[in-house]
Ligand binder design. Structure first.
Ligand code: XUL
Length: 515
């Protein structure tokens, strides 16, 4: 039976999709919101609020309880014994610390007790730092200094040492709680931890999620001895193997067979990070397609033809679950910046959209660096936008010009910061909250000089996991699956209208303002 299950353990919820690859249809979908369904973990938005000094942690038992609630729900919707392929994805960078009881416990889970109760005994660090944690600036500097600077860390691992990445987080744990570190026998990512739970054994870390640790070498796609040593002692003993995305981690453990009715020996493909999984779920795992996701922060990711790291130190290189590598770049000033300009003039979203009709492409020379808070692409510490243009524009007296300048500035900056990826986009898939807005989509098409499409898929992370599972365990071609399941919404294509050089002057101004 060609049924594949994809799981997505994200920051705020755990979701699943079951697809039938024969009929190319979705059979079931479910989602458990951590804050709403598991209030006992004190994490309304998926993490424990008010951490000291930039700490952002979650209780890993919450992820286990959510997985069980999710499977209960799916079991009501479809016959889980028909599933023949499973994979999943987790929020990137978050780490789970396990003691010497872990392997024996996960191998012999009793279906009459919950996962969280049994595995709860195995955590050597009770809570897990997640990607929102910014408490590790000192550790980033220490790691960089130990190996010869930021450029060396970036060339080796695909990113400079970054606060939310797992290596600096592990180092901080080792420094602040050396006993806890000594008691730690295994360290997993959220993705490989959940995959291990499903398999009842230590699962590998895939190169997609592994590259978000500042520990994996992006040339060899294996652990980098120098980075491991710079991070914490005897770290290599504590990490599982690194593996490419199309690797079978194991078969589903008896716990899930007995408790939820899955078939014996159902194969589980290694899990990956949410962004690499979304690359597949958006149908963009081959070079030539870019994904721009418009959310609280905006992200840009794409399959890359080769392995190059960002010499500006803002971007990231991860393994592409479909083979090769992918790039990812985050822009903190995403929808919050768009909203800030809208609110400054008391506009609603319709008025915001109408502003684009009332202003010309390139905005008559009115240009904005639209950073309302410190940005990471590039790293600048602004709390208000930089403006260049007419006096009325600079004094915030032209609402429509300010709105266009904000959106144009966002995507010109995005283009400037992503040129290192050497991509020649044929199509940009726009996703996330603001992606439905045609005026914004037109600016993206004009700045990047590529057509923009919106896809019908929602939940691209779980879908990507299901497609990867189907490809690896059922022997189906991944790109074929992508073209079957990730179709553009009819009438959603926006073509560039502006001349190719329309934004050249504005790009120069933004580069100068940021110098
Ligand atoms: C990527 C990142 C986030 C997390 C959570 O580097 O930190 O996108 O993966 O979604």
């Amino acid at each position: 039976m060609p049924y594949a299950l994809g799981l997505d353990s994200s920051t705020q919820s755990c979701s699943a999709i079951v697809i039938d690859t024969d009929t190319q249809s979705v059979l079931a979908e479910a989602s458990v919101n951590f804050g709403q369904s598991l209030p006992q973990y004190g994490a309304p938005a998926g993490f424990i609020p008010d951490g000291a000094g930039g700490e952002v942690h979650s209780d890993p038992r919450m992820w286990l309880d959510a997985l069980e609630l999710l499977l209960e729900d799916l079991k009501e919707q479809c016959d889980l014994s028909k599933i023949t392929a499973i994979s999943g994805a987790g929020q990137q960078h978050g780490s789970v610390y396990l003691n010497s009881k872990w392997l024996d416990t996960v191998q012999a889970l009793s279906p009459s007790l919950s996962l969280s109760l049994q595995i709860g005994e195995c955590f050597s660090r009770k809570t897990s730092p997640i990607w929102m944690d910014t408490a590790t600036s000192a550790e980033c500097r220490e790691i960089a200094a130990a190996v010869g600077g930021d450029e060396v860390v970036c060339a080796k691992s695909g990113s400079i040492a970054i606060e939310r990445f797992t290596g600096p987080q592990i180092r901080r744990f080792y420094k602040n709680d050396s006993e806890g570190y000594a008691d730690t026998a295994h360290i997993h990512l959220v993705s490989s931890f959940l995959c291990s739970v499903l398999c009842g054994a230590d699962a590998p870390i895939d190169t997609g999620d592994g590259a978000g640790m500042n520990l994996l070498n992006i040339q060899s796609w294996d652990w980098d001895t120098e980075l491991l040593e710079a991070t914490a002692p005897k770290l290599s003993n504590r990490l599982p193997k690194a593996a490419q995305g199309a690797t079978t981690a194991g078969t589903l453990s008896n716990y899930f067979v007995e408790k939820y009715g899955f078939a014996v020996n159902t194969p589980v493909t290694v899990f990956t990070g949410d962004n690499p999984s979304s690359l597949v779920g958006m149908g963009a795992s081959q070079p030539g397609k870019l994904v721009v996701s418009l959310g609280t922060s905006d992200t840009f990711f794409a399959a890359m033809p080769g392995v190059v790291a960002d010499s500006q130190g803002c971007g990231h290189v991860f393994g592409n679950p479909a083979g090769g590598s992918m790039s990812l770049q985050c822009f903190i000033n995403g929808s919050l910046a768009r909203e800030a300009v809208k609110d400054k003039f008391g506009y609603d979203w319709d008025q915001f959209t109408a502003a684009f009709e009332k202003t010309p492409v390139a905005n008559g020379g009115n240009v904005m660096v639209p950073f309302f808070r410190p940005e990471i692409s590039p790293r600048v510490d602004l709390d208000a936008p930089l403006l260049k243009g007419s006096e009325t524009f600079k004094s915030w007296h032209e609402a429509d010009a300010a709105i266009r300048a904000c959106v144009e500035g966002q995507f010109i900056n995005m283009k400037l910061r992503t040129d290192w990826m050497q991509l020649k986009p044929e199509v940009i898939y726009l996703t996330g909250g603001a992606s439905k807005n045609d005026a914004i989509a037109q600016v993206v098409a004009d700045v990047f000089q590529a057509k923009v499409q919106r896809l019908a898929v929602s939940g691209s992370v779980a879908l990507g996991a299901a497609l990867r599972a189907a490809s690896n365990s059922l022997g189906l071609d991944l790109h074929e699956l992508e073209s079957q399941f990730c179709k553009p919404e009819t009438g959603s294509t926006i073509k560039p209208k502006a001349a190719a050089d329309a934004y050249d002057d504005a790009a120069k101004i933004i580069s100068e303002l940021l110098r």
